[in-house]
Design a protein around this ligand. Structure first.
Ligand code: ZN
Length: 163
């Protein structure tokens, strides 16, 4: 479920407290973050993203994030979902092109089988990036498969938790 993005909302800039994760909900792994609440004020729709500097209360580092408007955040999510959706047709087209280059035969098995894990990884990565897009980018805070030292969380509209 996509996170609610509002023009003005509370965010938490968290500093990761542990290197190793611990068991979380539903068999997942979780890391503990502690930090400060940051009142995000997004630019108006149609305006470019703005840079904000936040100082981490845990380590004192100055962190720079780009904050995007609600419309731009929606556009960034859609672009990632579209990217994930066109991966499979793109892969099929690439395999057909490789097959056409090899005198009409099927593409070599090693290329076909070797590219399947990359295809799945790309679809997974783009889907996760779309789901995690909150319109606050920087320092790898929303990149999938990346465990940043500092991460931005938004307050859940359902129960007030940081998600
Ligand atoms: Zn820190």
């Amino acid at each position: 479920m996509a996170r609610l993005v509002e023009p003005v909302q509370d965010a938490l800039v968290g500093h990761r407290r542990t290197f190793f994760g611990h068991p979380g909900l539903n068999g997942t792994t979780a890391w503990d973050y502690q930090g400060r609440v940051w009142a995000i004020k997004r630019p108006a729709d149609g305006k470019p993203g703005v840079r904000h500097c936040v100082t981490c209360l845990e380590c004192g580092r100055r962190l720079t994030y780009h904050v995007y408007s609600v419309a731009e955040t929606r556009r960034r999510r859609i672009a990632r979902w579209v990217g994930a959706a066109v991966c499979f047709p793109g892969w099929v087209a690439a395999m057909l092109a490789v097959g056409a280059r090899s005198a009409g035969n099927a593409p070599p098995l090693v290329i076909t089988m070797g590219s399947v894990p990359l295809l799945y990884l790309m679809i997974f990565w783009l889907g996760m990036a779309a789901a995690r897009e909150i319109g606050v980018a920087g320092r790898g805070s929303t990149l999938p498969l990346f465990l940043p030292k500092h991460k931005v969380f938004l307050r859940s509209q359902y129960n007030g938790d940081w998600v």
